[in-house]
Structure formats: structure tokens, C-alpha cells
Design a protein around this ligand. Structure first.
Ligand code: FAD
Length: 448
């Protein structure tokens, strides 16, 4: 009998501003008593809910249960910066490189497929433009090096026929109100989401087709006949087939151990402010979205709703194999984020930061997902390599197709990706990853 005892549960440090300003329509329901279903999905982030939506399309009469350890949108799915990116965007290389022609074409095709899947859901469930905005994004350069990185990236995008536009400092100032940026590289295919609202709207849209249990961490998963029984502290679910959509926590279910890198990144959101309080358009247009030209720099977004704006900044990466970070760390990084904001938007110096938080990423050394049938009737859609709004959406859809025996050329190619490669011994990995991150952050300088 296969039994997995899950000893380590997810910890979400700090309150995500996205989650705090989003709304939910249904009350929280915890797992209670014994439940049976045709399908169980563990994890209600991008991967889990996308798997649920695809299953509901492929098997409309089957019962689908989704459980999450926490409340929906309180985890990483509701605490990211909301860039759904179509063009190549690899975090591990330190540059947004374009790989070989066929690998790049496949990556773009897969990213656009995932964005298309999300776009259908957004349209079907009536998500607003504040939640799902196909606005594109700008890679912003604050240094000479950043400008060079943008030029290099623009050249490689031109080489593969991808639309893009270079902005100069004056155009960046007009968009953002800030004198900080020397230039930008706009690509039109990205969709900007309000991540917490997107996840909540997705769950609401699926409400008639799934049973969702929140605050119900799975602490034991046991093979029972051909299927599985998953236990929380308050109940259990029996299902013939289970999809694990828990990202890096797949290790705690006994799979891909010693193959996944657990990295955290950090964000802060200002309090809401009105444009009327400034004598000039100090933060530019109502909405904009900046990725750093150097991937180790700061991601900055502005949102405006009902005349009130907020700025959200994400910086820093830390390697934390324990998959937990302290509130003290979040507070220390929030101080640095305050300085990054002040350097960009001096007029905002009296606008407080209202929310600061940390969130998990899962990377593999060879940038591949932890995907497939890992035991009989147990499927994994995990390890998003830092771009889970898109990659986990895709992995969830693919896991639903794999588990239902649905054949597609897309699935065939997705399934061909190799396993995450083994990591060196833990101490070496800790030293290696931490020093690479530190060195890349120093090199990023003013981009951060
Ligand atoms: C600050 C920040 C900024 C980011 N910016 C971006 C961005 O702009 N674009 C982008 O694409 N990505 C971004 N990311 C990454 C993105 O948030 C993740 O890649 C994405 O959330 C992964 O989705 P997922 O569904 O695979 O996993 P998750 O969203 O982590 O969902 C997994 C779920 O599994 C649940 N779970 C785990 N263990 C158990 C258990 N034992 N029982 C029950 N449930 C369990 C967790 O509670 C969690 O809700 C960012 C992340 C952070 C933190």
C-alpha cells in the first residue's frame, strides 16, 4: 500500500495586496466528513483550477473535487505580479534569452496556448479589464546595461519575427511619470491580470462544476485499490484519479525530491492614492506594467480603479529549501522596496506601503516542469519555473488531458520534456544558488 504522509504544509508569509483588494462571492467551505468523487485535484492555484476547467470540458458529467490548504487566492496564485507572458522569458539564465529557433517557437506556442485558455475562461466568466487586461508589457531599463539588454532582446525578437517597439526615456516618462527609466521594450502579447481576482473569478466560474474545499490541507494520501484516499484534519476524499497541483510541495508528496529549487520573491503594494494630490502626473497613465530589463531587477505595476491608484513592486529572490520565510525577512525587504519606489516616484514618498508579502516559486535546473503520471492514477502538474500564471495553466490543462487519455499533438510534445534534473548535494546547492542570486542582484544595480 502506498501512503504519503505530508509533514510540511504551505506557509504564506505576509498579506498579499492583490488578495486584500479582491472580492470573493462564495463563503469558505472546509472538507467535512467522507466525500467521493471521480476526480480529486489537490491545490487550487493556476495549475489546479486550469486542470479543473479542462476536466469539466472533457468529462462534463464527472464529479470533480478541488482542495486547497488555504483560502483561494491567499497562496502564490494570488500574490504574484500578474504578468502572463507569451515571449521567451527564462528566469534562470539571468537574461531573457531566445533559445534555438525550434525551442523558442515551441515555448511561444505553449505560452500563447495557455494565455488563450485563460482568455476563454475570462470571457466566459465575465472578468473585467481590471482582472484580465491584454495590454502587453514593457521591459524597462534604468541603466546603460539595461538598455543594452533591451537592444539585444529586441534583436532576437526581430530575428524570430515577434512584434516589439523600443521606447526612449521621454516615452517612458510619459507612460510612468518617472524620470528613472532610460528606455523600454514593449511587447504586445502579454496579458496583465489582477492575480487574486482572476483566481477567485475562475473558481466562481467553475462553481457549478466542481466542489471546492478550502482551509483543508491534505496530510495523507493513500492508495486504495485502483484509486486514492486523501485525508485532511476534518475529512477525506476518495477518488479513482488524483492530480497534484501543489507546485514545489510535490516533494512533500514523495515525488521529485532533490530535483526542485525552492525560491521566494517579494512584493509590496502602496496604499491607494488620488492623482489630484500631485501638481503633475507623477505616476503617469492609469495603468502600466514594467518588467525589469535585467531579470534580477524590479517588476513595477500601476493599477487604477474608481480614480484611485496603487503601485506594486516586486524585487529580490532568495533560495529557501525549507519553503518558508519569516515575517522579519518580508519587513526588511519591504524597507528596500520603499527605497526603490522613492527613487522612481519621489512624489509618492508620503504614500505608505500598505501590504508586503513573500511567495514561493519552484524552479528546476533544466527549466522543465515536474509533470506526468507519477504513480498509478496519480498525476503531477507542478514546478512552474517562475512563470506559473502561464506555465502552470498549461501544466494543469495537460494533466487533465493526460489523465483522461485525451490525445493531442500538444500533449505529446509536452509529455516529451525530460524530468527535472538532480540537484547537487544540499549544501552545495544552497551555496551555489544563493551566491548566483546575490551576484546577479549586485549586477542588476539600479534596475532593482
Ligand atoms: C511576488 C511574486 C510575483 C510573481 N510574479 C509572477 C508573474 O508576474 N508572472 C508569473 O507567471 N508568475 C509570477 N509568479 C509566480 C506565480 O505566482 C506562480 O508561478 C504560480 O502561482 C504557480 O501556480 P501553481 O498553481 O503551480 O502553484 P500555486 O499557485 O503555488 O498553487 C499551489 C496550491 O497548492 C496548495 N497546496 C500545497 N500543499 C498542499 C496540501 N498539502 N494540501 C492542499 N493544498 C496544498 C497551496 O496552498 C497552493 O494554493 C510570482 C510569484 C510571486 C511570489
Amino acid at each position: 500500500m502506498n501512503t504519503h504522509t505530508i509533514k510540511r504544509l504551505p506557509v504564506d508569509t505576509g498579506v498579499s495586496g492583490w488578495e486584500a483588494i479582491s472580492t470573493r462571492s462564495a463563503p469558505v467551505r472546509m472538507l467535512d466528513g467522507n466525500v467521493s468523487a471521480d476526480w480529486l485535484i489537490i491545490g487550487a492555484g493556476f495549475a489546479g483550477l486550469s486542470a479543473a476547467r479542462r476536466l469539466s470540458q472533457l468529462r462534463p458529467h464527472d464529479s470533480i473535487v478541488v482542495v486547497d490548504a488555504h483560502e483561494i487566492a491567499k497562496g502564490p496564485a494570488g500574490r504574484n505580479s500578474g504578468f502572463m507572458i507569451d515571449v521567451p522569458h527564462s528566469l534562470s539564465t539571468g537574461e531573457y534569452s531566445v533559445a534555438g529557433e525550434s525551442a523558442t517557437a515551441l515555448e511561444i506556442e505553449q505560452n500563447r496556448f495557455a494565455i488563450g485558455f485563460a482568455a476563454h475562461a475570462a470571457a466566459e466568466y465575465g472578468m473585467s479589464a481590471h482582472t484580465f487586461d491584454p495590454s502587453g508589457k514593457i521591459n524597462a531599463a534604468a541603466t546603460e546595461r539595461g538598455l543594452k539588454l533591451n537592444l539585444k532582446y529586441a534583436k532576437s525578437l526581430a530575428g524570430i519575427g515577434e512584434k516589439h517597439e523600443l521606447f526612449d526615456a521621454a516615452q517612458m516618462r510619459e507612460i510612468t511619470g518617472s524620470h528613472y527609466y532610460h528606455g523600454g521594450l514593449y511587447t504586445p502579447g502579454a496579458v496583465m491580470i489582477q492575480p487574486a481576482q482572476y483566481i477567485r473569478d475562475l473558481a466562481d466560474g467553475l462553481a457549478q462544476k466542481i466542489s471546492l474545499y478550502e482551509r483543508s490541507p491534505i496530510v495523507e494520501l493513500t492508495k486504495a485499490g485502483a484509486g486514492w484516499v486523501a485525508k485532511s484534519h476534518t475529512g477525506q476524499v476518495s477518488a479513482p484519479k488524483v492530480i497534484l497541483a501543489v507546485n514545489g510541495h510535490i516533494e512533500d508528496f514523495g515525488h521529485f525530491q532533490g530535483r526542485l529549487l525552492h525560491v521566494f520573491t517579494y512584493a509590496s503594494m502602496t496604499a491607494a492614492y488620488s492623482h489630484d494630490q500631485f501638481s503633475r502626473p507623477a505616476t503617469g497613465k492609469d495603468r502600466w506594467a514594467l518588467l525589469p530589463a535585467d531579470p534580477m531587477g524590479a517588476t513595477v505595476r500601476k493599477i487604477t480603479e474608481n480614480g484611485l491608484s496603487r503601485i506594486v513592486i516586486r524585487t529580490k529572490f532568495t533560495y529557501d529549501p525549507s519553503i518558508t520565510v519569516t515575517p522579519k525577512r518580508v519587513a526588511a525587504i519591504a524597507e528596500e522596496q520603499r527605497q526603490s519606489l522613492d527613487a522612481r516616484f519621489p512624489e509618492l514618498k508620503d504614500t505608505p506601503i500598505e501590504f508586503s508579502w513573500a511567495g514561493r516559486l519552484c524552479l528546476s535546473r533544466n527549466s522543465v516542469p515536474a509533470f506526468g503520471e507519477v504513480e498509478d492514477n496519480l498525476y503531477a502538474a507542478c514546478c512552474e519555473n517562475g512563470l506559473g500564471t502561464v506555465k502552470s495553466t498549461l501544466a494543469g490543462v495537460m494533466a487533465a488531458e493526460l489523465a483522461t487519455g485525451t490525445e493531442s499533438a500538444f500533449l505529446q510534445r509536452f509529455s516529451q520534456s525530460p524530468e527535472p534534473s538532480k540537484l547537487p548535494p544540499r549544501l552545495l546547492t544552497q551555496l551555489g544558488v544563493s551566491s548566483v542570486i546575490r551576484w546577479q542582484e549586485l549586477r542588476a544595480g539600479k534596475e532593482g
